[in-house]
Ligand binder design. Structure first.
Ligand code: ADP
Ligand code: MG
Length: 250
């Protein structure tokens, strides 16, 4: 297998400014088959801004994004999602009054780029329902399928977000702080699930929970003030003096 074939995501020289603030400075990184590549860094370092430029929610000032060997720089986020780029959000995009199953079905429908059909019809679409139920089973939420989303715990909502993203059968994942606000048992369950998921869809994982990062990541990139200051294995990052100084607070 060539190096080209194992790279599912390639980011080259991305830069983005908000007025005088340069939030991304010439960022390059990649994601390989079977891998969890963690992106860490202090608040305001530019992690979410980078994820949004990769997903197509935010247009970079310069640089390129390649997904599965295809340059997607000119494509919008729907087109990128249809190519297999899955995404979970730092802030929830769920409809709170809908049931867990309804949210998941809507996610599956949106992923098809489908026009919004009358809701009753959507809920009778067997293929969509099956896709949704399968995703709920995988994240451990199938017993809660008929509950109102507003009644879920915070941790269960995060599980639901992953289920919604799974309905697209993504070939790779962007995840922005999926562990945020989860208790110890929730983080542990999600860690186990992500560990399994990586072989099917490699993950670019933004995460503050360092236990999860060091347990999961094959490689870690450290972002500080919009700049990648180091990329390496967990051991390399743990022992990098510049990283310890700039981020781990030593
Ligand atoms: P992180 O996710 O690492 O905490 P962000 O990517 O959210 O950081 O933000 C990086 C920097 O860019 C911050 O200083 C933030 O205030 C700024 N920023 C992010 N989005 C915008 C925006 N839409 N307009 C102006 N400034 C922004
Ligand atoms: Mg963020």
């Amino acid at each position: 297998m060539t190096d080209q074939m194992t790279q599912v995501l390639k980011v080259r020289n991305l830069s983005k400014s908000f007025g005088a603030l340069q939030a991304s400075k010439n960022i390059s990184l990649d994601l390989k088959t079977g891998e969890i590549h963690a992106l860490i860094g202090p608040n305001g370092a530019g992690k979410s801004t980078l994820i949004k430029q990769i997903s197509g929610e935010l247009c970079p000032d310069s640089g390129e994004v390649e997904v599965l060997g295809q340059d997607v720089s000119a494509l919008d986020r729907v087109a990128r999602a249809q190519l297999g780029l899955g995404r979970t959000f730092q802030i929830s995009a769920l409809a709170m009054e809908f049931t867990v199953l309804q949210n998941t079905v809507l996610g599956a429908l949106g992923a098809r780029g489908g026009v919004f059909r009358f809701f009753g019809n959507v809920m009778r679409d067997k293929a969509l329902l099956q896709q949704a139920e399968h995703a709920l089973k995988r994240v451990g939420l199938i017993d809660d399928a008929m509950r109102r989303t507003a009644d879920l715990s915070h941790g269960q909502r995060r599980q639901l977000e992953v289920a919604v993203a799974l309905t697209m059968a993504p070939k790779l994942f962007l995840m922005d702080e999926p562990m945020a606000g989860l208790g110890a048992s929730g983080s542990k369950a999600l860690t186990t699930f992500l560990d399994e998921l990586r072989t099917e869809a490699p993950i670019l994982l933004v995460e503050h929970d360092m236990d999860a990062v060091f347990a999961l990541a094959d490689r870690i990139s450290v972002l500080v003030y919009g700049e990648v200051i180091a990329t390496g294995t967990t051991d390399e990052i743990r022992n990098d003096p510049e990283v310890r100084r700039a981020y781990l607070g030593e």
